[in-house]
Design a protein around this ligand. Structure first.
Ligand SMILES: [Zn+2]
Length: 285
């Protein structure tokens, strides 16, 4: 009996150990499965996608400039034509006024006669320029310079006779020199017929030519004439435009504003009038 009990106890002990061992094994297997599952899950888990976004840095915000109004110069305006030629804006004047009457080789004034004539130092002029002409002459005399006025107003008939005489003296029939520039104008085309000009020299000259540019009077008067509203009408470098030889003695009244603009920008009357009308009045038209 005692032997039986001992066997049973042994069997029971073995069984107990077996159960414990089985339990432990089961537990270990579960743990392994769980771990394996985790690994499997890890295996299919996609790698995190690293997206590199290239961010272009915003440029430093510049201060928004105030919208500058576009220059609105009409190219068909005096300012627009001047701008195209690199000239400053011309004065706001009406070139249809009497001061701007144009007589040249391509623009005849026919038998025009000034409304009122007046005399100054034995010469006749349009009465409207007498005061300014007298002041111009006086300015030079105040500098100790000798001033002699000649060739004021010349009528259509006078100009016709003058033309014939000068042509005969020079052996020509068209009033032009060998360069093709007028030395006398056909009747209707002389500026002297407007009564708005005067030949001014230091003394009397039987023939007036370019050499007068060397006189002290010309050197002075050509720099101050604009103050009195006069211009050197036929400048040295504008013969192609005026069609007339350089006349360093012929002064033309156009008013102070226009004279200042013309002399300070080195223009001739034809070029000045073009700015306002868009018409080329020059001999080179
Ligand atoms: Zn003259």
């Amino acid at each position: 009996m005692r032997k039986l009990l001992e066997v049973l106890r042994t069997v029971f002990g073995v069984l107990l150990i077996a159960v414990i061992a089985l339990y432990a094994f089961q537990k270990a297997q579960d743990s392994w499965k769980s771990s394996d599952f985790d690994n499997a899950e890890m295996a299919v888990k996609p790698d995190p996608v690293i997206v590199t976004v290239l961010v272009t840095p915003e440029p430093a915000a510049e201060p928004t400039p105030e919208p500058t109004p576009e220059p609105t110069v009409d190219p068909e305006s005096p300012a627009g034509r001047a701008l195209a030629l690199g000239l400053p804006t011309p004065p706001d004047i009406d070139v249809t006024s009497w001061e701007f009457m144009l007589a040249n080789g391509t623009n005849s004034i026919d038998e025009y006669v000034p409304a009122e004539l007046a005399t100054l130092e034995e010469q006749t002029f349009d009465s409207r320029i007498i005061e300014a002409l007298s002041a111009l002459a006086q300015d030079s005399r105040n500098q100790g310079l000798s001033v002699y006025l000649s060739s004021g107003y010349r009528s259509y008939a006078d100009q016709a006779a003058n033309f014939d005489r000068v042509c005969a003296n020079n052996g020509v029939t068209d009033g032009k020199n060998y360069k093709g520039f007028y030395i006398t104008m056909p009747a209707g085309c002389s500026e002297h017929q407007t009564g708005l000009c005067c030949d001014i020299t230091d003394v009397y000259y039987p023939i007036k030519d370019e050499s007068i540019a060397d006189t002290d009077l010309y050197k002075y008067m050509s720099t101050v004439c604009e103050r009195y509203g006069f211009i050197v009408r036929f400048p040295k470098d504008k013969e192609e435009v005026t069609g007339v030889m350089f006349e360093p003695f012929h002064y033309r009244y156009v008013g102070v504003e226009a004279a200042t603009y013309i002399m300070e920008n080195g223009l001739c009357l034809e070029e000045f009038l073009y700015l306002y009308t868009g018409i080329n009045y020059g001999a080179n038209a």
